[in-house]
Write a protein that binds this ligand. Structure first.
Ligand SMILES: NC(=O)c1ccc[n+]([C@@H]2O[C@H](COP(=O)([O-])OP(=O)(O)OC[C@H]3O[C@@H](n4cnc5c(N)ncnc54)[C@H](OP(=O)(O)O)[C@@H]3O)[C@@H](O)[C@H]2O)c1
Length: 347
């Protein structure tokens, strides 16, 4: 039996589909507040005939990364663990909660795994955990993390959680780690990278000059499974298909969704102004800011990603980002309810 954490998220829901549609028996950890509605939709989207049946075959176990007893219960009779649960946020006020879920939560999970005869632990890390590149701005697996004021709290928490996994590997847990770039696919548009599509669909007028890597959620899922079922252990792999400017990504989303692409370039000055104004609006209205200092600054940075290690290890190629954008747009065209400003995931 396989255990998946974060199964209700963007990466985890695609992973659940990949595992279950391949005939594997899966238990998925979910919190009391988690909502599985979108996971079911996603299964129906990828398999209109069998989706519902496949979804029903998942055994849901209630638990939380910060509740060790629930992790012990969930890990009964488990051979492989896929760890996709994490808090993804660039808001400074989420810092403590994020460190608790991502670093302490991962430490809890690997500690229980070390006591539970787990054959392989697959950790979904992030390119954010790899550290700052040299002058060439190329990100790859051999980069060494450096403490810097430029590291976001999200990056620090992902680095901390990856360290816990490496520590467990030294204590005897066979691990494999993936470091995806920005993941594109249908998911809750209120969180994680799925918010990018929502912004374009809502008629966002500005784009920034930054460049980054993007990868299809379906590819992340299938690579995680192939790595976990292979003999490869104690290695990490960058998962990234192509480097695109934000303008290029937004144009793809606009093209497939029928929205107008953002027209105006927001340079450094405008981005700096935008996050400050957004902070003020949040202070006055009490609502969460839509943009943080970290997201505004990252959006103007140009980063390039080397994906040769995973391509050679598994002899694979990634889907072009165009396909990921098309898949995401078609999903939301079929289920527009998730994009409605009044829609809230029931809990
Ligand atoms: N999206 C990207 O572009 C991207 C890129 C690189 C790496 N990653 C990594 O991929 C992983 C998944 O990200 P995602 O985009 O799928 O995020 P997501 O859509 O926000 O999903 C996060 C998942 O984590 C669960 N979770 C959060 N805190 C938890 C806790 N304390 N205990 C148990 N479950 C908890 C959430 O459960 P609820 O449903 O209950 O909230 C949800 O299932 C993360 O490790 C992230 O760092 C993501």
């Amino acid at each position: 039996m396989i255990l998946v954490t974060g199964g209700t998220g963007l990466v985890g829901s695609h992973l659940l589909f990949e595992l279950v549609s391949g005939g594997r028996k899966v238990r998925a950890l979910k919190r009391e507040i988690s909502n599985t509605d979108l996971v079911k939709r996603l299964f129906q989207w990828y398999s209109p005939e069998d989706g519902e049946k496949l979804f029903e075959s998942i055994e849901w176990a209630e638990g939380d990364l910060n509740d060790i007893f629930s992790l012990k219960d969930a890990m009964q009779d488990i051979r492989h663990i896929y760890h996709c649960a994490a808090m993804v946020s660039f808001m400074p006020e989420d810092r403590q909660m994020m460190m608790k879920a991502n670093v302490e939560g991962t430490a809890n999970l690997v500690n229980v795994a070390l006591d539970s005869n787990i054959e392989k632990f697959c950790h979904c890390s992030s390119v954010a955990a790899l550290g700052m590149p040299q002058k060439d701005n190329i990100i790859h697996e051999s980069l060494v993390w450096k403490t810097s004021k430029k590291n976001s709290w999200y990056a620090i928490s992902k680095y901390g959680s990856e360290r816990e996994v490496w520590r467990a590997s030294e204590e005897g847990l066979p691990v494999v780690i993936v470091n995806p770039s920005v993941v594109i696919g249908p998911g809750d548009p209120a969180r994680s990278s799925a918010q990018l599509y929502q912004s374009v669909k809502n008629g966002m007028k500005f784009y920034t000059s930054g460049v980054t890597g993007f990868v299809d959620a379906r590819d992340v899922a299938s690579v995680m499974v192939s790595l976990t079922e292979s003999d490869i252990i104690n290695q990490r792999f960058v998962l990234s298909s192509e480097d695109l400017s934000y303008q290029e990504l937004f144009s793809l989303f606009a093209y497939y969704s029928g929205a107008k692409p953002p027209r105006y370039r927001a340079g450094r000055f405008l981005s700096e102004l935008a996050w400050r104004l957004e902070r003020m609006r949040s202070f006055i209205t009490g609502q969460k800011p839509l943009l943080s200092k970290e997201t505004a600054r990252n959006a103007n940075i140009k980063r390039y990603f080397k994906n040769t290690k995973i391509k050679e290890a598994l002899d694979i190629d990634f889907r072009p980002v165009r396909e990921a954008a098309e898949n995401t747009s078609l999903f939301f065209r079929k289920y527009p309810v998730y994009l409605s400003p009044d829609f809230r995931m029931p809990s």
